[in-house]
Design a protein around this ligand. Structure first.
Ligand code: E4P
Length: 215
């Protein structure tokens, strides 16, 4: 399973990219708004940092305007993926864009039925929201498993992005359930490095090394 970072913050993207662990970025209107910057400029800057898919979301409610927005966003860089919400108008736009060879990521997926529709409309990626489902007592991990099984059974090439990730356990669960990608916030990526035995191990190695030098 590949890892993307779920943020529009350039400093976070640069740092995670330097770690060598991510190969794509997802943004959404809330993440872009948090940065308080011009949308297209942020997307361009992200594509300059990461050499992989960068999801940029349209905000129009109707297919015609979604496609118009998508065509502009896809001019920014060849790696821009158009993120489109899981609605009838959204899938109409996905289908039109896929005919033109423009990659799409269908977002706000909360059921296997929605994921199947997204795939059939021609989405390159589908993003089930694990954390938001778990928040309401539903089974986010189970949904990833169900979608992965259906896609495998029917030879569907749409890649599953486990989204709305809240902690490292969500990431490893997504990997076990068969997601192709997890898009992970910077704070969660940082937590994935941590284990008390690693820290204790380094401290002990250093202690032994220094006492050997002192002999
Ligand atoms: C997915 O691409 C979304 O940007 C994201 O994962 C939403 O997560 P949230 O539920 O933490 O807002």
């Amino acid at each position: 399973m590949k890892l993307f970072i779920d943020t529009a913050n350039i400093a976070e993207i640069k740092e995670a990219n330097d770690w060598g662990v991510i190969c794509g970025v997802t943004t959404n209107p809330s993440l872009i708004a948090k940065e308080g910057r011009v949308f297209e400029e942020v997307v361009k800057e992200i594509t300059d940092v990461v050499d992989g898919p960068v999801s940029a979301e349209v905000i129009s409610p109707d297919a015609e305007n979604m496609v118009a927005e998508a065509l502009k966003l896809s001019q920014i860089h060849k790696n821009v993926v158009i993120k489109i919400p899981m609605t009838k108008e959204g899938l109409k736009a996905v289908s039109k864009l896929s005919e033109q060879g423009i990659k799409t990521n269908v977002t706000l997926v909360f059921s296997a039925a929605q994921a199947l529709l997204a795939a059939r409309a021609g989405a390159s990626f589908a993003s089930p929201f694990v954390g938001r489902l778990n928040d309401i007592g539903a089974d986010g991990d189970g949904l990833i498993f169900e979608i992965a099984e259906i896609f495998k059974l029917h030879g569907i090439k749409t890649e599953i992005i486990a989204a709305s990730i809240r902690d490292p356990k969500n990431v490893t669960a997504a990997a076990k359930m068969g997601a192709h990608i997890a898009t992970v916030p910077f704070s969660v990526l940082s937590k994935m490095f941590v284990h008390p035995l690693t820290e204790a191990g380094i401290a002990k190695f250093m202690e032994d090394w220094n006492s050997h030098l002192a002999k």
